[in-house]
Design a protein around this ligand. Structure first.
Ligand code: ATP
Ligand code: MG
Length: 352
């Protein structure tokens, strides 16, 4: 493997690099590189209006992570899109093979996409096939070519990396899940909470059924702390992480409560949308990823609210790690935040 998974979020750029050791049955996946660096504030949110600063910041982040983490063996980059830059929709269409899918997709997709079909890159994942009716259910992923090209250019601009895959956050998260729990038939709710977004991937019998993304992330919490306590961003971030005491713990608890209830409502909407399509759908557990998964007490709060087992999702626990290089406590802490980049690092090269 020579693909580095780069998850460039609005708050932090994360990189994971995996290699393999041994052959056949004895083959092991090994963590060869891991890193994170903060992104300049506001840049990634303004992709649409100001693509050049975003591209430059992405490319700088990738270069510095390659150097910082000595990822020099990785020559290819896998990145993922999120937010309003793409559309993910489950559609029903006549049965085709995976090979013919791309062609048929262009015709089917037209009705679901608000852009001219020639301006978008389309991808489809067959979720299930119902031979009785000759229909299959497909996860349609559409991203504007302009945005995909920006990402590709950001990689090229590093001069040390080539683009290998442009994926989607929520599917990279599923990819990480599929690695940890291969052939799972579980109805798991995968939740990634970052700085700007919550991504929810609801699985039905082990496959993605519904993907929802809403723009409420941990940044909202930082902003409220800033407003309520009248402190600067750095101070607000430190209060949020608990490294600095809160001027008013009760007030802070109320802010947490408010934001967490927004996340609960978003998860509830995602589950309800699956329930409206799948009779007797019953989720088995919630797996929490993203930087906000580390918010003290959040997993317990979800567990109580939904009456569903809620665990942190740390895919790094399932690969071989040199503990002289990486402290186990650090791996435990950072793992959920690295889940998307981990899923990307597992990808095979697609772009030539
Ligand atoms: N221990 C912690 N407690 C509370 N919040 C935390 C903790 N660790 C990280 N965070 C928060 O997690 C967020 C960053 O998470 P992450 O790196 O997953 O976001 P991102 O991928 O950059 O954002 P997005 O996916 O929304 O674009 C920040 O808001 C940060 O303050
Ligand atoms: Mg993210």
């Amino acid at each position: 493997m020579s693909i580095i998974g780069f998850d460039i979020g609005t708050f932090a750029a994360k990189a994971t690099f995996l290699t393999t050791k041994g052959k056949g049955k004895n083959q092991q996946v090994v963590l060869d590189g891991l890193g994170m660096s903060q992104m300049p504030k506001g840049v990634m949110e303004q992709w649409e209006d100001q693509p050049i600063p975003a591209r430059t910041a992405m490319s700088a982040a990738m270069r510095s992570l390659v150097k910082l983490c000595k990822l020099s063996k990785g020559r290819y980059a896998a990145l993922s899109l999120s937010g309003d830059t793409m559309i993910i929709k489950k559609i029903s269409m006549p049965v085709t093979t995976q090979k013919e899918l791309k062609q048929s997709l262009a015709m089917e997709a037209e009705q679901y996409i608000p852009y001219p079909i020639n301006d978008v890159n389309l991808d489809g994942h067959i979720l299930s096939t119902d031979d009785r009716y000759g229909q299959m259910s497909v996860l349609l992923v559409a991203a504007r070519k302009e945005v995909v090209n920006n990402y590709i250019q950001a990689v090229t601009l590093t001069k040390i990396l080539k683009p290998a895959v442009i994926d989607v956050d929520a599917l990279a998260l599923y990819n990480a899940f599929d690695y940890v729990y291969p052939n799972s038939k579980e109805n798991v709710i995968l939740v990634d909470i970052g700085a700007a977004f919550i991504h929810i991937t609801v699985l039905h019998e082990g496959l993605p059924h519904t993907i929802k993304e809403e723009s409420i992330g941990g940044q909202r919490m930082t902003d409220e702390i800033e407003d309520v306590f009248g402190v600067q961003t750095d101070q607000a971030e430190a209060i949020k992480l608990g490294s600095v005491g809160s001027p008013d713990p009760r007030e802070l608890a109320e802010i947490y409560e408010r934001i967490a209830s927004n996340w609960q409502a978003a998860i509830e909407r995602a589950i309800d949308s699956v329930k409206s399509e799948v009779q007797d759908y019953s989720p088995s557990r919630i797996l929490l990823a993203g930087g906000c998964a580390n918010i003290m007490g959040l997993a317990d709060q979800f567990q109580n609210y939904f009456s569903l087992r809620t665990e942190l999702f740390n895919p790094l626990k399932y690969v071989k790690i040199n503990h002289k290089k990486y402290d186990p406590a650090y791996i435990d802490y950072i793992g959920p935040q690295m889940a998307v980049s981990f899923g990307l690092a597992l990808r095979k090269q697609e772009l030539k």
